[in-house]
Design a protein around this ligand. Structure first.
Ligand code: SF4
Length: 251
C-alpha cells in the first residue's frame, strides 16, 4: 500500500513508527526519511531553525520542496533572506502569497491593521495571509516538514518527531523537535548558515513586522509575537488544529 492509499488510521500508525525511527537519526537522516515517506514539503519562515533545515536540504540535495508564506507584511530583512538563501544553497524557494481580494475584504471589514483590535480580527488576518497560502503550499503533499522545537514555548513542549495531522491528512515531521536553541546557534555558526540579522537584535522568533517585537532578557522565545494579546498559547493557526483552536473566522 502506498501512502496515497493509506487512510487516517494507517497514517496515524505510520506517524507513530516514524516518530520512533526519527529520534535515532541525525538531521540529514531525519530529512531523508521524511523524503522517502512521500511527497515532502518544508515550509520555512526563514527563522533560525528553518534556516538549519533549509541548509541541510540544500547541502544534501534532498528531494523536498521548500516553500514560504510571503504574507505581504514581512520584515525587509526576512524577504532579503529568501533570495540570499536560494543563492547560497542553489535552491528555489516557492513563494505563496495571499489573494488580493481576501486582503481587500479583510481591510474593509477590520481595517488593514485591524489585528490589534481583537483576537478574532488577528486570527482573520492570519487566516487570509498565512493559512490560505499554507493550504496551497501543502496541496498534494504527503509529508509536511516544520522547524517546530519543544523549547520554543510551553505550547510546543511535547512536540513529537512525527504526528498525523488529521485536518490536513498528512504526516507532520518536526526534525528539530529535540534541538535546543544553543545547539541551533552552534550549528549555524559552525556551518556558516545565513540567518536573519534581526535575531541579533533581540528577535528570537520572527513573524510579520507589525506583529513581532524584540524580547527583553529572560522573556520566553515567542514573547514578542502578538505581544498585545494575553493568551499564553498565542499561535497563528499554522500549527494548531482549527477544531482545537478558537474559531478562526473566514475573512
Ligand atoms: S502575523 Fe499579523 S500581519 Fe501577519 S498574518 Fe498574522 S495578524 Fe496578519
Amino acid at each position: 500500500m502506498t501512502l496515497q492509499d493509506a487512510d487516517g488510521q494507517d497514517r496515524t500508525a505510520l506517524a507513530a513508527t516514524l516518530d520512533a525511527s526519527l529520534q535515532n537519526l541525525d538531521l540529514a537522516g531525519r530529512l531523508a526519511l521524511a523524503a522517502e515517506t512521500g511527497h515532502a514539503v518544508f515550509t520555512t519562515s526563514l527563522g533560525i531553525e528553518d534556516q538549519v533545515i533549509t541548509a541541510a536540504i540544500g547541502t544534501h540535495r534532498l528531494p523536498i520542496d521548500v516553500s514560504t508564506l510571503e504574507t505581504g507584511r514581512l520584515f525587509r530583512e526576512t524577504v532579503d533572506l529568501i533570495g540570499e538563501t536560494e543563492e547560497r544553497y542553489d535552491i528555489a524557494i516557492r513563494r505563496f502569497t495571499p489573494e488580493q481580494d481576501d486582503i481587500d475584504a479583510y481591510a474593509a471589514q477590520y481595517g488593514l491593521n485591524g489585528f490589534y483590535d481583537s483576537v478574532e480580527a488577528r486570527h482573520a488576518c492570519c487566516h487570509v495571509r498565512k493559512l490560505k497560502p499554507l493550504a496551497k503550499a501543502l496541496a498534494g503533499a504527503d509529508v509536511w516538514i516544520t522547524g517546530l522545537r519543544r523549547g520554543q514555548s510551553g505550547n510546543r513542549a511535547s512536540t513529537p518527531f512525527a504526528e498525523y495531522d488529521a485536518e490536513r491528512n498528512l504526516i507532520k515531521i518536526n526534525p528539530l523537535a529535540d534541538w535546543d536553541i544553543e545547539t541551533i546557534r552552534a550549528h549555524v555558526a559552525s556551518e556558516a548558515i545565513p540567518v536573519n540579522p534581526l535575531h541579533a537584535r533581540g528577535y528570537p522568533s520572527i513573524g510579520c513586522e507589525p506583529c513581532t517585537r524584540a524580547i527583553k532578557p529572560g522573556e520566553p522565545e515567542r514573547a514578542g509575537r502578538w505581544w498585545w494579546e494575553n493568551d499564553e498559547k498565542r499561535e497563528c493557526g499554522l500549527h494548531v488544529p482549527e477544531s482545537a483552536a478558537e474559531a478562526i473566522p473566514r475573512a
